[in-house]
Design a protein around this ligand. Structure first.
Ligand code: DNO
Length: 354
């Protein structure tokens, strides 16, 4: 298990590289060029700029999250060729600074979705919350209107231009079935994976969060069966997955340790976090501790340990604690606590094996 920590860059993050360096066992940052519009080639000067910053703190930059996929690729439009070529060029550029894993997702229009970024937990901390009734059976136009009325609407971790042409995108996806989306993903992977292999970079798709359809849009990376299908679309060791315990774990049918046992050699990147699920389908993000949420994080870490997992791991979102002001879900304190919990389990398991 190689521990890494997501960092949004000097301009976009309250957490500094100096802070990250002081978290026990963190060897690298998980980064992206957040100001490059989706679909454009990531330029070498900016990539080298991040390398220079990380190197000052002796942190590696092996993992990128995310190189986002242009909607024209997901929609399967003829213009996808241009964006696929740009994607390949970005892979090549990233290989020049030694990047080993690219995390990406194939969720139409949106990335991860929550309804409240600061819901109070019993202990007075706040966390990301999903209220099912606010999204189920809702007209996407309500959301479109909310975004239109709110020029600064953003979701942390999303590239802002995702929302620029939301009305047109909803119309375009009316023509795209679940089967079409699988076909478009296959086309993309058939193009990209040989390039990734040539440059020794693993492509690690992030599951859909939450793992079900929202606003009638298709979502496909949602279950063990579908991850199996994804890995077979292009059966190559460079076609991998980012196994996100929180994204998949909110569906009680998903058994994360079972997925780790089945896919461990194709999990290039592990996101580990806990969530608390309520009977009505709502969920909230909690501390990483098993006791605090619905997922058994001990069993998840044990499954990685049993499988001699050597991939990259990051604590995923954290709560906002100790009055920290930060990007929602991406503060320093709770994610650092999460890391210590993960190491505690891992190191104990290691000791028991000796
Ligand atoms: C949320 C993240 C996601 C993830 C993308 C990967 O905090 O886990 O935004 O980065 O889905 O492409």
């Amino acid at each position: 298990m190689k521990m890494v920590f997501r960092w949004f860059g000097n301009e976009n993050d309250t957490v500094s590289l100096k802070d990250i360096k002081q978290i026990p066992g963190v060897e690298g940052i998980v980064w992206a060029l957040h100001d490059i519009p989706v679909g454009e080639v990531w330029p070498m000067d900016k990539i080298n700029g991040i390398k220079k910053l990380a190197t000052q703190y002796n942190l590696h930059l092996d993992v990128v999250e995310s190189v986002n996929v242009h909607e024209d690729i997901k929609l399967g439009l003829p213009t996808r060729e241009k964006y696929i070529n740009n994607y390949k060029k970005t892979i090549e550029n990233l290989s020049k600074v030694g990047v080993k894993v690219i995390c990406y997702n194939f969720m139409p229009v949106f990335d991860w979705i929550r309804t409240d970024l600061n819901k109070e937990l019993e202990d007075g901390s706040t966390a990301l919350f999903y209220e099912k009734s606010m999204l189920e059976n809702r007209d996407p136009n309500d959301l479109v209107k909310k975004i239109a009325d709110n020029p600064n609407f953003t979701m942390p971790g999303w590239e802002p231009d995702r929302l620029n042409s939301i009305t047109e995108l909803f119309q375009a996806y009316n023509q795209v079935s679940v089967a079409d989306l699988w076909g478009n993903l296959k086309y993309f992977l058939q193009e990209i994976i040989p390039c990734a292999e040539e440059h020794n970079i693993k492509m690690a798709i992030h599951p859909d969060d939450p793992p079900w359809s929202v606003f009638g849009l298709p979502r496909i990376i949602t279950s063990q069966e579908n991850i199996r299908r994804l890995l077979h679309l292009v059966d190559n060791p460079y076609n991998c997955v980012t196994l996100c315990s929180g994204a998949l774990g909110v569906d009680p049918n998903n058994n994360i340790p079972s997925m780790i046992n089945e896919f461990s050699d194709r999990i290039a990147f592990a996101h580990i976090r806990n969530i608390k699920m309520y009977e009505n389908g709502d969920f909230i993000e909690t501390s990483h501790r098993s006791h605090d949420g619905s997922l058994n994080i001990n069993a998840i870490v044990k499954a990685y340990h049993d499988n001699n997992f050597v991939g990259y791991t990051r604590p995923d979102h954290g709560r906002h604690i100790w009055d920290e002001t930060c990007r929602p879900g991406y503060g320093l304190y709770d994610r650092a606590l999460g890391i210590m919990y993960l190491w505690g389990i891992w190191d104990t398991l290691k000791l028991l094996k000796e």
